[in-house]
Design a protein around this ligand. Structure first.
Ligand SMILES: C[S@@+](CC[C@H](N)C(=O)[O-])C[C@H]1O[C@@H](n2cnc3c(N)ncnc32)[C@H](O)[C@@H]1O
Length: 302
């Protein structure tokens, strides 16, 4: 089963506002590239500096047509958030010694590219998404179709049997079944927050099934949270989600642990949203979002 947004995507795509006047759609002229983003596109993707912005804007247009996620409209896919995670160095060490990484709900899989750029063997990096179109566009964006040795799966987190390799090593349709339970690090960035409270819980239990059953395995990411946690109505009242703070997120993982027979150390902190992000989200959802923040987390298996 897909999440509420995705059900809508596949059944009535036109119902979604893909207009360029949408509150969280930033016009291309407003694109600002951080020094690290420029470095990735210059050195990893080998795109001449003067052509980078136009290239990104062109690919962003195609992705917006697939689904108008805020991270696409607002160019947030250019934040290589994994490099800012408190566990980045631990993750690098694990992956340098042969660990496997899965970028779940990867869309452009920018964090996976940051790891490949940092020298991690890309055959140990995997991506998965419900939408194969985003995976194809990720190769167009990073121009690494000839070099990246990662494998990407199309699949729905609510049914792991749907995970099928579509790029990279596609020789074995049952590959996911084989690597399930062998993944050392799962990135679930801007992912679990998509779902209703019940679905979020189910998706988290599925993540536990994919992760290696070993102390030290990590689930990491960043998602929308709240300084006043609780159920919120979003998308103009169409959906209900639970916005967490560090305490409710820790309780959530205690419940996931009870359900799955596992134990977790939860490190989480709530970061302030940048003022321009607050303004655009408020306009898009007509909601009071003054208490919203980014919940940055590292959840380590005990
Ligand atoms: C908000 S985007 C975040 C993308 C990326 N992780 C990032 O932080 O930039 C959420 C992604 O999750 C994918 N997704 C949504 N529902 C899914 C599901 N049921 N199973 C797998 N992926 C899903 C979407 O297609 C989309 O690419």
């Amino acid at each position: 089963m897909a999440n509420d947004e995705e059900i809508t995507t596949t059944t009535s795509a036109e119902a979604h506002d893909r207009s360029r006047s949408h509150a969280w759609y930033k016009p291309g002229e407003q694109l600002k590239l951080s020094p690290y983003t420029l470095e990735i596109f210059e050195n990893y993707s080998q795109i001449p500096t003067g052509q980078i912005a136009a290239h990104i804007v062109k690919i962003r247009e195609k992705a917006w047509g697939i689904y108008p996620y805020p991270c696409i409209g607002s160019f947030r896919f250019l934040d290589f958030a994994i490099t800012e995670s408190p566990t980045f160095n631990t993750a690098l060490a694990k992956l340098k010694s042969g660990g496997k990484y899965l970028d779940l709900g990867c869309c452009f899989a920018q964090d996976l590219r940051a790891l490949a750029y940092a020298g991690i063997p890309s055959e140990n990096l995997y991506g998965a998404d419900l939408q194969s179109g985003f995976i194809d566009l990720s190769y167009e964006l990073f121009k690494d179709g000839e070099t990246l040795k990662s494998t990407f799966f199309k699949g729905d987190i609510f049914d792991l049997a749907t995970f099928t390799p579509i790029r990279g090593d596609t020789s074995d349709p049952a590959l996911f079944e084989k690597i399930k339970g062998e993944i050392d690090i799962i990135s679930a960035r801007s992912f679990l927050h998509l779902f209703s409270p019940g679905q979020e819980f189910k998706a988290a239990c599925q993540i536990v099934e994919i992760l290696k059953n070993e102390p030290g395995s990590i689930i990491m990411g960043r998602q929308v949270g709240s300084f006043t946690p609780g159920v919120e109505s979003i998308s103009l009242g169409k959906r209900e989600v639970f916005r967490h703070n560090a305490e409710t997120w820790t309780e959530f993982w205690t419940r996931v642990g009870e359900k799955t027979g596992t134990r977790w150390n939860v490190q989480a902190s709530l970061l302030e949203l940048a003022p321009d992000v607050k303004k655009s989200v408020e306009a898009a959802e007509l909601a009071n979002i003054q208490t919203r923040g980014w919940l940055e987390f590292v959840i380590t298996r005990l």
